[in-house]
Design a protein around this ligand. Structure first.
Ligand SMILES: Cc1ncc(COP(=O)(O)O)c(C=O)c1O
Length: 380
């Protein structure tokens, strides 16, 4: 399939300009059909459904592994990004006196687990942004021999800043720390090779760039960490022989019971669409559209927060906007969807909007958005 054909699979474009993939991807027609098939099986033949549909989880792991260039047995299915990162954090068994390096753009779900009472005595060290960038030298300075983990976002949702995972892994490993990546805004947008990147733990959700369902997440655990011991166990992690409990040797040891099979059924076609298009093409298309959005906004004197350098951005374009709620309402009335929030963030005070183009968007969407923003600012 060519990128331009993918749009037809997403009915939202019949009447909206959808630029909100950093929040949630719209449903595609194949996902809707897959859900209906599962519902029919559950309605008319639940016993067969019970026995066969569990394979959906394995199929989805295989597809995710192909997309992200890793092995399917290094993948655990989770509920979302936050649960994936929490599992990774828990596996490290940090001790008082250890520290964790994060940065100004790290998402709360990668910071809060370290602030729990069970992690008392562990220091969280935030690396400050400078001019909208997180500089590698600053990360190197923050890490020392008591650093147990470096934990950051691949692409940050409120700034659109993209880290180079391979460089981060080098820095972390030089001090015997592990690298934990929150890939919620990167997985399905970037053509990433998890094996080559050197990342230790990578968590993400299905519902954004991976075109899957809410309530499904993935945790990649690099093979060298597959012997780590989780603090929870279920029959998926340990099997059924209660007199001979032994954790399985793959990433299923980090799972507990039956996942949401219906949501996995929804997720599968999304991953297949990305594989069919080819992640190199997906990556190029997204970078091209986000680049066009940045240059279009700049041409209209709208200040962009996201770096222009393609090495430091991916699909998210963030713009500082004081009255973001009002702008959101205006654009919504024009049938343009994006993320807008009047809230205070560590990096910039006040509101912001997040524009996130994916495979189904095109330059017409970009132009429509820029014209609408221009008209909005001219009215003010
Ligand atoms: C970078 C990042 N991490 C985590 C999340 C939360 O994701 P989840 O609901 O899958 O835990 C988001 C949501 O926008 C995000 O942008």
């Amino acid at each position: 399939m060519k990128i331009a054909e993918a749009r037809k699979l997403f009915p939202v474009f019949k009447n909206r300009t959808y630029l909100f993939s950093g929040g949630i991807a719209p449903a595609n027609t194949r996902a809707a059909e897959a859900m209906q098939d599962h519902l029919d099986a559950l309605t008319y033949n639940p016993s067969d459904y019970y026995h066969h549909s569990v394979h959906t989880a394995t199929e989805v792991k295989h597809l995710f592994a192909r997309l992200m260039h890793c092995d399917h047995d290094e993948i655990a299915i989770t509920e979302n990004t936050s649960s994936a990162i929490n599992i990774a954090t828990d596996l490290l068994r940090a001790k008082p006196g250890d520290n964790v390096v994060v940065d100004d753009f790290t998402y709360p779900s990668s910071i809060y687990p370290w602030l729990l009472p069970s992690h008392h005595g562990i220091e969280v060290r935030p690396v400050k942004q400078r001019d909208g960038f997180i500089h590698m030298q600053d990360i190197e300075k923050a890490i020392d021999d008591r650093t147990i983990a470096l934990s950051v976002c691949h692409v940050s949702p409120f700034e659109g800043f993209r880290h180079d995972i391979a460089k981060l892994a080098e820095i972390a490993h030089a001090c015997d720390a592990v690298l934990i990546i929150d890939g919620a805004q990167g997985a399905g947008a970037e053509n990433l090779n998890l094996h080559e990147s050197g990342v230790d733990f990578y968590g993400c959700c299905a519902m954004k760039w991976l075109l899957g369902a809410p309530g499904i997440g993935f945790l990649y655990v690099a093979r060298k960490h597959l012997d780590k011991i989780p603090s929870r166990a279920g029959y998926v992690s340990g099997g059924f022989d209660v007199n001979n409990f032994k954790l399985v040797s793959n990433a299923s040891r980090f799972e507990l019971g039956k996942p949401s099979l219906m949501s996995l059924a929804y997720t599968k076609p999304g991953l297949e669409i990305l594989l069919d298009l080819g992640m190199e093409n997906v990556h190029k298309h997204i970078l091209n559209l986000s680049g066009n959005i940045i240059s279009g906004l700049k041409a209209h004197n709208i200040k962009v927060v996201t770096p222009e350098d393609p090495n430091h951005r991916m699909g998210i374009v963030a713009v500082h906007e004081h009255d973001a709620d009002k702008l959101f309402e205006t654009l919504h009335a024009y049938k343009i969807d994006l993320y807008a929030k009047s809230k205070t963030l560590p990096y910039y005070k006040g509101g912001f909007i997040q524009i996130a183009p994916h495979i189904y968007n095109n330059l017409e969407d970009v132009n429509r958005l820029i014209e609408a923003l221009d008209a909005y600012h001219a009215q003010k």
